[in-house]
Design a binder for this molecule. Structure first.
Ligand SMILES: *Cc1c(COP(=O)(O)O)cnc(C)c1O
Length: 423
């Protein structure tokens, strides 16, 4: 394992003061990461939820290589290219009919910023004073200022609280408390006081990822969608994590028959090979900005919007979804995850075993409060030393592997988890 003491790199979500080793990875294939010395780690969290099929999928790598021979980058304001056109057309084809427009950006956070700007732009341009954003407790939508504002407040953003805008928070629909969530959403949607009229509700469908892999039922998602529709509040589905098969279906909204007004996709959009994101919206949101008046232009862009190489990777991902038995792989992984989880469920040190599609999670029973702050880092080190990349959230251990992980590799991951309950 190589440590990078001399490196000037400031890593994300990494406390350099603790001196934890930082493995230097040389190559990856399938579910495996390798360093230059031949050490290997099983990537059981899909390199932070992005790698769907597996690392270095040959078709995605080939598509990237082919695109580099043609077009590397293009200004996207007023210009277009084949890879983006093909991708947008296919995204419109595979998502529900009311979603008619595709706006490109480069990360999950920016897809959320775009969604919020689209929602507020819509109300502004149609001349209705609505600007409040409604959110769900424990949510995570990214790390830029707007995305942090609509996410849970805590240690992760305490220093920036003064920059975050005010939102209306709906309680998480925990088991037995679903009606309280629906009632709170209904009340917030109906608010009429100045400054409190809701513009949009943004939510992670079926499972809150960074909030601790918290799962809620499809019927609640469907009810929340209906409440928003009844009040004309725009419904934004943040499928940045849940998209591309993670929850067992291509999109989590599919399981609830929910069609959002605005849909955010990123992470698995390119199969996890290149940074790319899209925000899809219904025609009225686009139409509100459509005018001969330049002041109604949607003023948002980033330099690499719809980068052709990233779009080529995404097109290859969509080809894989069309031609390969992706759903069968997802179903098989979901079954294997269920079997492994069941084997640990009876353990007295395990609480709340839960699974949605390919994502399995459990909580480690906490003997005392001080235990929590040191548990995750100790577990991360334990797994790293055993050739497994896992990154628990507090006392929540979860497994979210690439769909191509082998049965043997998955067994090794769960064996490491079982062994870690002893520490
Ligand atoms: C990861 C994530 C984001 C942010 O995506 P980035 O690409 O890291 O900016 C937003 N929403 C959800 C639900 C996510 O899981």
């Amino acid at each position: 394992m190589t440590e990078t003491h001399q490196s000037p790199i400031w890593h994300p979500f990494t406390q350099h003061g603790l001196g934890d080793p930082i493995p230097l990875i040389a190559r990856a294939e399938g579910a495996r990461l390798y360093d230059a010395q031949g050490n290997c780690w099983i990537d059981a969290i899909s390199s932070w939820w992005v790698t769907t099929h597996g690392h270095a999928h040959p078709r995605i790598m080939a598509a990237i290589r082919a695109q580099t021979e043609k077009l590397d980058q293009l200004i996207f304001a007023g210009w277009t290219h084949e890879a983006a056109e093909a991708l947008a057309a296919e995204l419109i084809r595979i998502t529900p009919d009311p979603l008619t427009r595709v706006f490109f950006s480069d990360s999950g956070s920016t897809s959320v910023e775009v969604a919020l700007k689209m929602a507020l732009g819509y109300w502004f341009h149609i001349g209705e004073a609505r600007s409040r954003i409604l959110v769900m407790e424990h949510s995570y939508h990214g790390d830029t200022i707007g995305a942090m504002s609509v996410g849970a407040r805590g240690v992760y953003n305490r220093a920036w609280q003064p920059l975050l805008f005010d939102v209306g928070t709906i309680p998480f629909p925990a088991e037995g408390r679903e009606q309280a969530t629906l009632d709170a959403l209904e009340a917030a949607c109906a608010a009429k006081e100045a400054g409190h009229t809701p513009a949009a509700f943004i939510v992670e469908p079926l499972i809150l990822g960074a909030g601790g892999m918290l799962i809620y039922p499809a019927w609640v998602l469907a009810e929340m969608r209906s409440i928003c529709a009844a009040h004309g509040v725009l419904f934004i589905a943040d499928e940045v994590m849940t998209g591309w098969g993670r929850t067992g279906t291509r999109f989590a909204c599919d399981q609830a028959g929910v069609i959002p007004d605005i849909l955010c996709l990123s992470k698995g959009l390119t199969g996890g090979a290149m940074p790319l994101a899209v925000t899809l919206c219904i025609e009225p949101v686009f139409a509100a900005h459509l005018s001969t008046d330049r002041a109604k232009t949607f003023y948002h862009s980033s330099s690499y919007t719809a980068n052709p190489i990233a779009c080529a990777a995404a097109n290859a991902n969509l080809d894989i979804w069309r031609d390969e038995p992706v759903q069968a792989r997802i179903d098989a992984l979901a079954d294997a995850q269920a079997a492994h989880l069941a084997m640990l469920s009876a353990d007295v040190r395990v609480e709340n075993p839960r699974r949605l599609g390919t994502i399995a999670a459990l909580d480690v029973v906490q003997p005392d409060p001080g235990y929590l702050s040191t548990l995750a880092p100790r577990l991360i080190a334990f797994y790293r030393e055993r050739g497994v990349l896992l990154r628990p959230l507090g006392n929540t251990i979860y497994v979210m592997p690439p769909y191509g992980i082998t049965a043997g590799e998955l067994a090794q991951v769960w064996a490491a988890i079982a062994a870690s309950l002893e520490i």
